[in-house]
Design a protein around this ligand. Structure first.
Ligand SMILES: [Zn+2]
Length: 240
């Protein structure tokens, strides 16, 4: 069984923007492919992408002639609203996710009238030819109380725990297997290991030398006595 070859973003807004991106890929527009998704309570209400109205022939001539294309194309946002209306679905209080462009002023009018609560887009650079229309749309949203969110494309990662300042108590007497069971990263364990091993070896060497010295000092007088007693017994034997 095949699994999805991508990981869903943690943030739900970005999840719906991903779906809007997928909808954009359905568009046959050779210049700009736009997708939109209306969502409420984490459920999809309607989807849309830019293209000719249903039944209108989208021939390559019409698609490739800019003036003809622009005069016939229904924008993705309008398709979302139209299909919701066709199916008797209210968009009141919904969120509208659009990829990759923010709405034009014409679509903004219908978005406001449909009762959309928030419009969410990525923080992309707006093409110069659309700038004025988008500025007008943003002004209309602001006045009518529709929130326009422009998300940065990259999701901010949660900061990882900084372990560089963690001190390991008595590292020289911590057995390796215990180190590996703690939450310290393996790198930090390995980085203190050579120093520990050296300190441990020197410790043991000192103890061994001290033991040998002690034994020599302790044995020396006994060895002398025994030597003297043997020679004394030899002398005794010789005199006998
Ligand atoms: Zn539009």
């Amino acid at each position: 069984m095949r699994k999805p070859n991508f990981k869903a973003p943690k943030d739900w807004d970005r999840r719906w923007l991903l779906l809007a991106e997928l909808m954009a890929s359905f568009s046959k527009d050779p210049s700009t492919k736009v997708g939109a998704v209306a969502v409420r309570d984490r459920r999809v209400l309607s989807t849309g992408f830019n293209g000719m109205p249903t039944g209108v022939v989208d021939s390559s001539f019409r698609l490739n002639d800019r003036d003809v294309r622009l005069s016939m194309t229904v924008h993705a946002e309008m398709n979302v609203i139209n299909f919701a209306a066709r199916n008797g679905v209210s968009l009141m209080g919904s969120d509208l996710f659009i990829f990759p462009l923010a709405p034009c002023s014409n679509c903004a009018s219908s978005i406001i009238q449909a009762g959309v609560r928030r419009v969410i887009v990525y923080d992309y650079v707006i093409p110069q030819r659309w700038q004025q229309s988008f500025d007008t749309a943003a002004e209309m949203f602001s006045e009518s109380g529709v929130a326009l969110l422009r998300l940065p494309e990259k999701e901010e990662k949660e900061p990882e725990e900084d372990v560089s300042n963690i001190r390991i108590e008595n590292p020289t007497i911590t057995p390796r297997h215990q180190c590996l069971k703690t939450h310290y990263p393996l790198d930090s364990v390995l980085s203190i290991k050579p120093t520990n091993a050296l300190a441990w070896s020197l410790d043991r060497l000192n103890m061994a030398l001290a033991s040998i010295l002690f034994l020599l000092l302790w044995k020396a007088p006994h060895a002398g006595n025994s030597g003297r007693s043997i020679s004394a017994s030899r002398k005794t034997n010789a005199s006998n």
